[in-house]
Design a protein around this ligand. Structure first.
Ligand SMILES: Cc1ncc(COP(=O)(O)O)c(C=O)c1O
Length: 384
């Protein structure tokens, strides 16, 4: 459970991100505990969720690898001390520059998302006289129980290569002279709390691996992506995601043979609950039949509510007692700059400090300078 050191936080200019490193460490310890019986399970942190260097360093110290989706993320992971041999690199649009960077750094694997990309990697690694390690990202056409914007494993999504094209994939791999085929990859979406979705992923992976092996390819690595969801309605009661149930799905349903490793790319479930966006109330405004709490944080600082209609708990950290209904909004000139409608909060006044909870994932990394607002800084419980 995150406790906020109000008197220390109150002296800081708002808005800012506040990270509870003790909770992050507890989360990482839970992952270690739930995978310690499976030395073949290798967890990579999905850097896209939050690339804050303070968090990356802690994650690296706990031995995780990195899952990157851009050249800059590869650099950030390396900068935090994550070994290149533990970095995997996905993304539908890797540029030549990014592929060359991955080759030069010696990353462990490119997760290749099209036959066109495979040909380019083959060519670029050939020019360097090297061999690129590649896994093929397959699109299993699984409808995950999450919102459309963060579903990635449907046929109509841009990600991966359809499992229907497996014959062409096997032939293309055999035709490449400058790649080493490592294995398979799938990632079906994010904020998934239905374990049945991951069971279907494991089953699809079993079938895909069997087909590739029947075609004479050796599958060393099986990467099942990330996607484990968190409880946005209960940031303190469910501070650590259900890693037990998640890893049990793969222990029970994924077929592996000796020598194979199973890779995970978890982002949100590692960092979401340890982060809060701290903001100050600029005005409490009486509207027509509504009362607005206007914060000094906006959608540019945390875009998830505006972009995905995502729910975040909102908590007044300056206690006055009572309970009232407010629409909590930001100052950005967009009607979608709303953090929550009809939110029950304690009596709220100008100058109060407010925490928007569960903001550690896809918060700071998605921030922008829209309206020319400055990027919010960040602090941790170690330096608050
Ligand atoms: C390829 C890939 N791997 C892993 C992740 C991490 O997902 P999550 O943060 O839901 O665990 C993502 C995010 O969508 C992704 O695109």
């Amino acid at each position: 459970m995150t406790t906020f050191p109000i008197t220390r936080l109150a002296g800081r200019r708002t808005p800012f991100y506040y990270y509870d490193i003790a909770l992050l460490e507890q989360t990482l310890d839970t992952i270690a505990a739930e995978t310690h019986d499976r030395p073949d399970f290798i967890v990579h942190y999905a850097v896209k969720a939050n690339a804050n260097p303070a968090l990356l360093r802690i994650i690296m110290q706990h031995g995780l690898g990195a899952d990157c989706v851009s050249g800059e993320e590869v650099k950030a992971a390396l900068g935090a001390g994550i070994d290149a041999g533990k970095i995997v690199f996905a993304g539908v649009g890797k540029t030549d520059e990014e592929i060359n960077l991955g080759l030069d750094c010696g990353i462990s694997c490119f997760n290749v998302e099209s036959l066109e990309e495979l040909a380019v990697i083959d060519e670029l690694s050939g020019r360097k006289g090297t061999k690129a390690n590649v896994a093929i990202r397959f699109n299993p056409d699984i409808k995950a129980s999450t919102i459309a914007q963060i579903s990635t494993g449907r046929r109509e999504n841009k990600f991966g290569i359809s499992t229907d094209m497996i014959d062409e994939v096997a032939a293309a791999i055999k035709g490449c002279r400058n790649i080493t085929f490592k294995g398979t990859h799938m990632h079906i979406g994010s904020q998934i709390t239905e374990m049945g979705d991951f069971v279907r992923l494991a089953q699809s992976m079993n079938a895909t691996v069997s087909t590739l092996e029947a075609k004479g390819l050796t599958v060393e690595t099986i990467n099942v992506g990330g996607g484990l969801g968190i409880d946005y309605h209960n940031p303190d009661g469910a501070a650590v995601a259900d890693f037990k149930a998640y890893f049990a799905v793969f222990k029970d349903n994924l077929r592996t043979r000796p020598g194979q490793t199973v890779h995970f790319e978890l982002g949100r479930s590692i960092v979401a609950q340890c982060g809060s966006l701290i903001s100050r109330v600029t005005y409490v405004k009486q509207g027509c039949g509504k009362r607005f709490v206007i914060l000094d944080a906006g959608m540019n600082d945390l875009v998830r509510p505006a972009m995905y209609k995502a729910h975040h708990e909102i908590q007044n950290l300056t206690p006055h007692g009572g309970a009232e209904l407010f629409d909590v909004v930001g100052p950005v000139c967009e009607s979608s700059d709303v953090f929550g409608g009809d939110v029950t909060m304690s009596t709220t006044r100008r100058g109060d400090l407010v925490a928007i909870r569960s903001a550690g994932a896809y918060g700071e990394t998605m921030a922008s300078r829209y309206n020319l607002r400055p990027l919010a800084p960040s602090y941790t419980d170690k330096d608050a």
